[in-house]
Design a protein around this ligand. Sequence first.
Ligand code: NIG
Ligand code: FE
Length: 425
Amino acid sequence: MEVDLLLHSASQLLTLSGGPQRGSELGQLGIIEDGAVAIAGERVQAIGSSDELRETFEPDVMINAFGRVVMPGFVDPHTHLIWAGDRADEFEARASGATYMEILSQGGGILSTVRHTRAAEPSELIAQARLRLNRMLNHGTTTAEAKTGYGLALEPELRILDAILTLDERGPIELSPTFLPAHAVPAEYEADEYVGLICDEMLPALVVWWGDRRSDTPLPFVDVFCEEGAFDLAQCQRVLGVAKELGFPLKIHADEFASLGGTKLAIELGAISADHLVHTTANEIQMLGDSGTAAIALPATPFGLAESEYTPALKILQAGGLLALASDLNPGTAWCESMQFVIALATRYMGLTPAQAIAACTVNAAAAIGREDVVGSLELGKQADLLILEVEDYRHLGYRFGTNLVQTVVKKGRIVVDRSRDGFR
Ligand code: NIG
Ligand code: FE
């Protein structure tokens, strides 16, 4: 049988097959030693031993992955991909003792990025995000969620959403869009007033806009930043309640700095994920275990802020929760484009094994954005999104950090990154 691509002789082929991995099940990599994948068009045609697949298939292109790990592309389920400018000045101030929340309350932080983002042309927003996407792809991310949240008014929020959709359409990284107008209170409003505007005008307008721009795909997620200094529980309840009535799937930023009850709210509303969860109560952790809401941990954020507390991953797993990992890529707390680095942090500060961390940023991360039927594992009929790592043993992910272990990236069956000759130039 003819196929387009046959990748064979992988020392370890990590399939991550069998669906999302809850609680103590986390870490099933589904390893095939001396493994092979046959790809036809954008999809996985077959997966198995190299001997078997070499006999069955006549490929146009063969890749020998001898001595290398092959695995699904990373899914990054929480990013603030689109912004203009940077906050190097704040990073320097924080290094001298200022805190993130102090800076935000003085009109800096998210609001500083909002000023730059509002002033940027769409082409500029796209150009700046493109550079980040290229770095993400080079580090093995093949699918990502991307949020608005640096516009904080209808027109600039839609401009950011449009940039996300444009970048998704151009590829190769697929983007899952999220509308986050409740990211900070813009300077021109009181919090309740702005929440009223989101509920009465922005969300209904988004439904109409989406119908014109992307009627063929489901509505984007709606997310809120439930936090002291951002939006309180009642305000988040209002925004997410209206969003739910309008048919939007939901996400939340909860318990990053303080515990306000956002995780419980997310579970009650049936949100697809609750994210951050550093200061989540024991009761809410228990609730997560019994719910369909995924817990997304973002270890690059406490690391980026030099904080000592991380998401209590093992407690979430003990409760039976669905744990995913993400970068939180943003200009304030975590300018991190590498899921490999996220794994390095999760294996040190969250107590995960390399296998658990890998499952949390592939198959479980796909579930945390509702894409588990298409990406996050290498299985028959799924999208052929995969990585060849320049190491023989998957445990080098996490063990090693600060260098890029990705050699080749295949997205929808096409080789989009090939660093195999980098050393020889
Ligand atoms: O997830 N928490 C809110 N949003 C980001 C930070 C955004 C920023 O500082 O620009 C986060 O940490
Ligand atoms: Fe975030």
